[in-house]
Design a protein around this ligand. Structure first.
Ligand code: CAA
Length: 385
């Protein structure tokens, strides 16, 4: 018998400050409706220099790991495109911060926004073969396009942590998926650059084309149709992008199904709309948002479209488990988002340029007002503290 394997628990962390998209629009001479409606973003997480992908991942993972889980974690797969070292994996720093046992494999996975999905699928296969093992999968990133760029409105950041186990509390991953790779220059970050290069409209078109390809391939593999899904979730760097993908397939649904899928999409984009782009974590924050705000029931099938520029796309499906609400701390996540404070555009611009630079010089960061459990204190002799 094939073991039921999937996501047992999910944690999410984003720092305690954000920028209002109305403020950014006014500062950039844009109509606020373009950002709120045309792009579909209301708030954007602002990442202080005291947080990087490792500390954000630790803050997310610490929410979900019990001492027993830690003992059973056999692998840490860290999806990110905001790595902090060209050699050493973020997963090794993370395993140390979380005090995981030494008999743990810890590696980083890079393929733009797709890395966490690669981690999730590899983790699921690993646990299918070794049902007592648990795997920690991370999607953590800081989305940076640069001040005064067209991509500025699609920034953000944070980390999602997922514990992959047998007999999961939240979502059982179906052992079927469709994926597609092509060498495409829609978004990339050459070595030595701290901001991405992107052909924004082209990247949207490639994302939509890849969705069509993997959705069609998934349907051919499974003989399923859109009627088999209670919800479709997407990688959503900005919520309008997911909406465009949904609109591509809605005509395949009956009017009743369309209403249901649209309502589910609304729920799945609520938290992303207030955090911004998480790159690798984006699809997973959206799934969490759907589980938090949607009206799902045990047995519902959700479709998940992951996309990483450059480019890789994958469509897979998962079944909602009866105990799914036990897999995340809803109150805590609501408080995390509600207790953030707004920063002005001037404060955001200052924080944007204060992050650890590439010079390697010694730096002591202002940690007086840090509210996070894990944070970065600075750098000494080329080592992060
Ligand atoms: N009121 C309402 N809507 C308005 C408006 C107004 N006053 N003014 C404009 N709009 C609408 C436009 O009609 C448009 O809507 P549609 O796309 O539905 O036509 C939308 O607002 C955006 O307008 P523009 O295309 O003119 O905006 P722009 O030129 O400023 O660029 C963008 C938008 C291309 C998304 C840009 O923000 C960008 O480059 N973002 C970064 C790229 C990105 O996020 N790509 C995603 C895939 S890559 C990825 O996910 C990363 C990865 O793998 C690593």
């Amino acid at each position: 018998m094939t073991e039921t394997v999937g996501i047992d628990r999910m944690g999410f962390y984003t720092p305690d400050m954000y920028l209002e998209m109305t403020d950014l629009a006014l500062a950039r001479g844009e109509d606020p409706a373009k950002y709120h409606v045309g792009i579909g973003q209301d708030k954007q997480a602002v990442i202080p220099p005291t947080q990087d992908v490792v500390t954000m991942a630790a803050n997310a993972a610490a929410q979900i790991l019990t001492p027993a889980d830690k003992a059973a974690v056999k692998m840490v797969l860290f999806g990110t495109e905001s790595g902090i070292d060209n050699s050493k994996a973020t997963a090794v720093y993370l395993a140390h911060l979380l005090d995981l046992p030494a008999d743990t494999r810890a590696v980083e996975i890079k393929q733009a926004c797709y890395g966490a999905t690669a981690g999730l699928q590899l983790a699921a296969d690993y646990v299918r073969a070794r049902p007592t093992a648990k795997v920690l999968v991370i999607g953590a990133d800081i989305a940076r396009y640069g001040l005064h760029t067209a991509g500025e409105v699609t920034q953000g950041g944070g980390a999602v942590a997922m514990l992959v186990t047998a007999q999961p509390r939240m979502l059982a991953l179906e052992p079927v998926s469709a994926y597609h790779t092509a060498d495409v220059m829609d978004f990339w970050r050459p070595l030595g650059r701290t901001e991405a290069l992107v052909d924004g409209r082209y990247s949207t078109n490639v994302y939509l084309d890849f969705f069509k390809t993997v959705w069609t391939a998934y349907q051919a593999q499974t003989q399923r149709t859109i009627a088999d899904f209670a919800a479709l979730t997407f990688h959503i760097p900005f919520t309008k992008m997911g909406l465009k993908a949904l609109r591509q397939v809605l005509p395949e649904a009956t009017p009743d199904q369309q209403v249901r899928l649209q309502a589910a999409f609304e729920a799945s984009q609520l938290d992303n709309r207030n955090v911004g782009n998480l790159y690798t974590g984006s699809l997973y924050l959206s799934i969490l948002s759907l589980l938090r705000h949607g009206h799902l029931q045990a047995g519902d099938r959700i479709g998940c479209y992951s996309y990483g520029s450059g480019a890789e796309g994958e469509f897979y499906s998962a079944i909602v488990q009866p105990t799914f609400r036990q897999g995340f701390d809803d109150e805590r996540l609501t408080a995390l988002l509600a207790n953030r404070h707004a920063v002005s555009v001037a404060e955001y611009e200052a924080l944007f340029t204060q992050r650890l630079d590439l010079s390697g010089r010694d730096v002591q960061l202002p940690i007086g007002e840090v509210s996070a459990q894990y944070y970065l204190a600075g750098r000494h002799q080329q080592q992060r503290l």
